[in-house]
Every structure is written in structure tokens, then in C-alpha cells.
Design a protein around this ligand. Sequence first.
Ligand SMILES: [Zn+2]
Length: 618
Amino acid sequence: MSLEPIDIDMTENQIAGPAWDLSCEYESVTSQELKADLDRLSELLHEAETHNINFQGNSAVGSAQTLTKLREQASTLLANVGTYAHCLLSVDSQLEDAQKLNGELQNFYKRFGDVFEPLSQFVDDADDDTIAEYLADADIAPSAFLVLRSRERAHENLSLAEESLVNGLSQDGIHAWGKLYNQLAGSLTCQVVVGNEEQEMGIAQANALMSSADDHQRRAAWLGINEAWSAHDESTSASLNAISGWRLEMSKQRSRKQEIHFLDAPTHMNRISRKTLDTLLDVAFRAKPLAQKAARLQARAYGKEGFGPWDLRAPAPVLSAAEGGRDAVGVPFTEALNLIADAYGQVDASMADFVRMMAQNKWIDGTTGPRKSPGAYCTGFAKSKTPRVYMTYTGGQSDTITLAHELGHAYHSWVMRDLPDSQKSYGMSLAETASTFGETLVRDMLLERAGDKQEQLNIMWEEMSALTAFLLNIPARFEFERNLYEARAERPLRPQELKDMMTSAWQNWYGDALAEPDPMFWASKLHFYISEISFYNFPYLFGYLFSLGVYARRGAAGGDFFRQYVDLLRDTGRMTAEDIAKQHLNADLTDQAFWLATIDSLERRVDDFERLLEALGV
Ligand SMILES: [Zn+2]
């Protein structure tokens, strides 16, 4: 397929990416349009407040319908201004005006939550006939999926007064423990040997050293981090005990009508059933020997018997010149974008057009700058229904992959842009479908075009690192967290018990593929301390295997694939994962067969990696 080169306003061979243009949303933070949106938002919230007063008796359905429409309008404005502030602050965290705007928005978020809470309660608690009447309104009918999903858990609701009490107390309860952890992680320093001298540095900085190419450096960073956390093991374990204890107590309180389990909330939020989760973990267990083999091969490439926990983010080893290695040269942004357009275009020409359009409309920020926030993300403006991609592009191969990943998210939102707002949000389990799909397309093209063995090794290496992270590390985290909840139901756990529990979870999954476990991982991993969400682990495993499953269908579905793919993406906000798989992939997620087909495709990739190492004489 021939593709037009991308015409964007920048020097052809410049490495760094372009700056995005946000002026089509608002000229500036102090612009009239922005002020008008906030004024309108205030009016809408005020109107909703007055409607809340008649929220009972015969007029309840009418009030609920009016409030729902007000909520949709208000949330569009709030999200639009919020995205604008967030985008500005990502590029320059010191921007005073944007900081002030963000502060102002905090009050709006709180007010928004308070104003519409009675509506949420009404929708959950009303009887079926009332809800049928409520959903009969043509503007509200599209939200049926969300409404009915929320009502499935209505039996967990406490009284309005109790919910309000729990909400109030949780700020200085569960959320305070989460904040304590974040503050600790942000202020903790550790001692790390760099070169010949010991340096004091923050945890984040030491963490970055764990992706160093230098063996000793990675190990020194890991030792430093663990020593720092060990010194705080009492306060950290108190935090973990409090967070899990709070959730268990809440589960008990919410079990008045029907017994609930600590896995009910996370699976419901991810729109998967407990049976699907069980199937997923059974499949991961069956794939364990394959993942362990990948980990052992990676260790072998470094000339080691087994990797240490400090090696999990090690880069591909650099081959000597004789083995086909060469100095890395940065890839200009335009070249990366053209490559992504080529790869996306293999599925359908319109996908290549989309990639080019993102650049032409200046919807991507790939600049570098001292005050830019780290990381990459995709966001979107609710009013114009247009996506934006943010990253720092410096020309490395991983930057091409990151760009492909974020453009996948952007594509997902693009194909959903004409849907009602109530059908646009999806659970984390399906959120990574389009991004991982885009990433895999680009990785496969890079592999096809790899000029030498070093490039091949770099790409396959990242694949193997992802495979072991998703199929060994994530299940180990899940196993630890599940065991934690079960044991915590009896009594709080001592730091040594948490270490033992983490050690056994690591040994169970990594086996002898790892030289030693990471006993302090319960303290060093932020994900266990997110007070808003529990089990921030299995959705990663689901997303990884599900998106590869979709990718594997590409060949089999032939010319029909593109239409099927877009239909699948468009349904992510209005169906459960099981229903989506049934309808668009003719697959049953509670059956191992669908997942095992993906594991088979991964087995071929591990074999390719082994062959490459053999060819290199490793
Ligand atoms: Zn993503």
C-alpha cells in the first residue's frame, strides 16, 4: 500500500516531536470562552441544586431525568476545562495561571459530586418499573447499560446517611493511609552506590537506575530502595493493614442483604465475571513454564543462571560490533510517525489516515522540556470530541512504541466519538485493547524491517520483558493481594509475615527462573496502596492477553477484520467483556480455549527469541 509522506510543519530530520495546539479549545487560561464555560457550569450546578429539592414523590422520575441531562452538560464542561488545565500543566508544571485554574476546578469537582449523589442513589434504589419509566426518555435510554450495571450492586448500598458518613470518614481513614504512603514514597531517600561513590537520592531516581544497562548499578539501586523501605516497614505495614482492613470491614457492612466478597468490586468495575477471572488465572498458571523459559533465556543473554529481581527492567544486552551491534541513532519524529502510519495502514488505509491526521491537526505533543511531566498519555476534549497524545519524544525505539501505544488509545476514542457520552467509558480490562494492538502492529513491522541482529534483539527483548511481567509478575501480585485479604480477615499482619507472603508468591510464579525473590515488594510497589482501587493487577493480565487475542484474529478474519475490530471497540462502553468477546470474536472468555490460542502464539515468539540467541552464539 503506498502512503503519502506526512506533511507537518517541522524540519525533516529533527528528532524531537512537535508541540500540540490547544488554541482551538481555548485561547488561554484567561480567555473569555473559558470563563463563559465555567460560568455556564456554575449555572448548571445551581439549577441541579434546586431540582434536588423536589426529588421525591410523584415528580421523582421527571426530576431524575432533568438532573441526568444537567449532569451530562455539566460533566462535558467540567471535563473540557479539566483536560485543558491538565494538558497545560503536563507541558509546564510551573504555569501559575493553570495551577490556579486547577485549584478552582477542585471546588467544582466536589460540588459536582455532592449535587448529583442523590441522583445516583435514586437510580440504584428505585424499583424496576420506575427505572423503566426513567429510561423511556430517548435522551436517557442510551445509558441503560450503565444504569443496569450500577443497579446490579444496589444491594451493597447503605442508607444515604451511612454512605455520607463513610464518605466523610474515609478522607481521614482509608484515603489518609494511601496518602501517607505516597508522601513517604515521595520523600524517602536511599543510599545507592553510583560508580565508586555512595549517593543519596529519592526513590524515583533510584527506580530509574533499575533500567540501567549496568548490572551492578541495577543491583545497587534495588538494594538501596529495599533498605530504605525496610527502615519504614512498621509504618508501611500499618498502612497496608489499614487499607485492606477498611475494605474488609466495608464488605462486611455491605453484606447485609447478600454476602459480598473482596473480589466482587474489582471484577465488577472491570466488567468481567469472577468465572472469567478464575479462567484467566488458570491460563496464566498453565503458561507458567513458557514464561519461566522466557525469563531464563533473558538471563542467559546476560550470561547469568537466573535473573535477580533487579534485572526485570534491564535493557537488551548490547552486542559487540562483530555480533552485529552498532551505535544507536535517534529516529526523527516524522520517521517514527510514518512507520506507525504504515503499520496501522496494514489493517485499513483509514487507520493510516488517522495517524497522519493526528499530526496534521497538531494533536500530538512530543516536545522535550525541563518542566514537562514524565510519562505519556492520551486524553481528549469533551466539547470538540477530539483526542490528544502527550509524550516526550527523544528518538529511541521505545519512543516509537510509546507513540504507537498512545495513538492506539486515541484511535479507540476516535471511533467512539459519535456515541452518547454514557456509552464512552470502559473498564480498565478493555482500555488497553487498541493501544496494545497498535503497539503490536508497530513492533512486528519494526522486526520485519530490522536492519541487524541488535535491532531484532532490542524488539524481541521488550516482548520477552512484557511477557514475563504480565504472565509472572502480575499473577504473583494478585496471589499476594488475595492471600493478604484472606489472612487480614483474621488479624493485622506483621512486616515479617508480609515478607514471607510476598516471597512465597514470587517463588510460586517465578520458580527457579529467578535467582531470588523480592521480599520487600509489598512495600515498594505503589499499586498496593491506591486507596480508591483494589487489585490493580489482574486487569493488566486481562488486557495483555485479550488484545493479543484480538490481534491473532487479524489473519483469520481476512478482509472482514477491520469492520469487526471497529465494531468491537465501539461496544467497549456498553457491554461486558464477556458479551463483547461473544459478539465480535465468537469467543467464550470463561473457557480456556480463547486464551490458550494466544499462549500458543506467544510460544512461537519465545521460540523465535531462543533461535536468535542461538544464532548469536549466546
Ligand atoms: Zn495505555
